[in-house]
Design a protein around this ligand. Structure first.
Ligand SMILES: *Cc1c(COP(=O)(O)O)cnc(C)c1O
Length: 457
């Protein structure tokens, strides 16, 4: 049994959650074409669609919102954010952006040219899209353990260092404008990256004179895993670990909707003065002036507070502990999940959960519908609806894995809510033989998972 990790907060404002009947849920999911993206949130009891921008802000952050200084230039909230960025990341030069992809669009708009190659442990989908939009090639170089759903490696998000060396040798330094590492590695399940691996990645890139950037969305969760799992870091503070990580970086992008503990916002930082000047110019063109970057100044204040709160060890123990707790309760019920769980989500393995449903009938999508019908839980399919396609001959190509992601919003649900989630999933698992596959009856040619519609078979 997992040890109870006390929620390190009490609740001052509450928001009612919809509690529905099975008959109502059956109507909602049918009307949505069995696609959870098409459900209104008023139909959803526990919403685990994403941890992005779904955070509950603290009383300090809300107080900060009231202290917004809405000056166009040089707002005091901007200077507060500057202090916090300097203290946590050790960066003097940064700009706010409207969210993570705003930072990516500005950075790659400057550095990435047609035919360039950009290595990353694994590109997040907006990162890949922004690289490819510039005509560059996004290469993922995660270690093989990262792709194995039952391998319990402590740092499954690591960069494959030998593969990075080979890529540089084959591509040539002139065609690699930067190298990146994403912490935690979202696309392989929020798996952490070891500090040793970050240091080694920096050393390889530095030896070739290639700038090293970090995608820092979940850096605080990554710091906590380093403290728990990596030899030599048990007695370091989260801030000390963060300072070491970012001391190796020439710059970073960040979606503040994750470890910034805000509902909207992002950051882009760079050490090179010439590059930073280009960043400022481009920012003004697309995001906004350098002291607000597309955000209200009150949002900058909430972000400055949120960045500080996210490095609190008690918060991180609760945060990562919640994910581990849900995973453990599911394993106790015999439910197949990806192991070990990462920092922000638990992934159900639908191929093992529903072995009677072939990939042609979308087992992970069928499972999202079953979880909703049983208990109003919204998870998201990461399988053949999202990644499947047809090849040149028109034959269907399926995803390697059929997963359902249960992403946990920050500070939103209590352990009691997670007990409810575990009970609902266990109930679906007991009746798994009755879950039926789906037929796709409508799909757009790209990003079909958002709008596809289905019928039960
Ligand atoms: C969310 C995310 C992004 C993009 O950020 P947005 O705020 O959604 O634009 C980039 N990289 C990673 C690793 C992410 O998780």
């Amino acid at each position: 049994m997992a040890q109870y990790i006390l929620e390190p907060f009490k609740i001052k404002t509450v928001e009612a959650i919809p509690i529905t009947t099975r008959a109502e849920r059956a109507q909602f999911i049918a009307a949505a074409g069995y696609n959870i993206f098409l459900l209104p949130s008023r139909a959803v009891t526990i919403d685990l669609l994403t941890d992005s921008g779904t955070t509950a802000m603290s009383d300090q952050q809300w107080a900060g919102m009231m202290a917004g200084d809405e000056a166009y230039a040089g707002s005091r909230n901007y200077y507060h954010l500057q202090e916090v960025v300097r203290e946590i990341f050790g960066f003097e030069q940064f700009v706010p952006t409207h969210q993570g992809r705003g930072a990516e669009q500005v950075l790659f708009g400057i550095l990435a040219q047609p035919g360039n190659v950009i290595p990353n442990n694994t590109h997040f989908d907006t990162t890949r899209a922004n690289v490819e939009a510039r005509g560059s090639v996004a290469v993922d170089l995660v270690i093989p353990e990262g792709k194995d759903p039952t391998n319990r490696h402590p740092f499954k998000g690591n960069m494959h260092l030998a593969a990075l060396e080979t890529l540089i040798a084959q591509t040539g330094v002139a065609n690699i404008p930067l190298g990146m590492i994403t912490i935690t590695n979202n696309a392989v399940g929020g798996q952490p990256v070891a500090l040793e691996n970050i240091r080694a990645t920096k050393a390889i890139l530095a030896r070739h004179g290639i700038p090293f950037f970090i995608d820092a969305c979940r850096y605080a969760e990554n710091c906590y895993f380093i403290r728990q799992r990596e030899p030599g870091y048990r007695n370091k503070s989260i801030q000390e670990i963060a300072r070491e990580i970012f001391s190796y970086a020439d710059g970073f992008t960040m979606s503040a909707k994750k470890d910034g503990l805000v509902n909207i916002g992002g950051l882009l930082a760079a050490r090179d003065p010439a590059l930073f000047e280009q960043i400022q110019n481009r920012l003004i063109l697309t995001e906004g002036f350098i002291s607000y970057g597309g955000l209200a100044r009150r949002d900058l204040e909430a972000l400055a507070c949120g960045l500080e709160e996210a490095t609190d060890e008690k918060y991180l123990a609760y945060r990562t502990g919640q994910i581990a707790y849900l995973a453990e309760r599911l394993l106790e019920a015999g439910v197949p999940i990806v192991e070990p769980p990462g920092g922000h989500a638990v992934f159900l393995d639908a191929k093992r959960f529903l072995p009677h449903i072939p990939q042609a009938h979308f087992p992970a999508q069928a499972l999202t519908g079953a979880l909703f019908l049983e208990g109003g839980i919204r998870g998201v399919e990461i399988g053949s609806v999202m990644f499947g396609h047809t090849d040149a001959s028109g034959a269907p190509v399926y995803a390697d894995l059929e997963l359902v992601r249960l992403a946990i919003p920050r500070r939103v649900y209590t352990q009691a809510h997670l007990d409810y989630v575990a009970e609902v999933i266990a109930a679906v698992y007991r009746q798994r033989d009755s879950v039926r596959g789906l037929k796709m009856i409508y799909a757009q040619p790209s990003l079909r998972h958002f709008t596809a519609r289905f019928e039960p078979l």
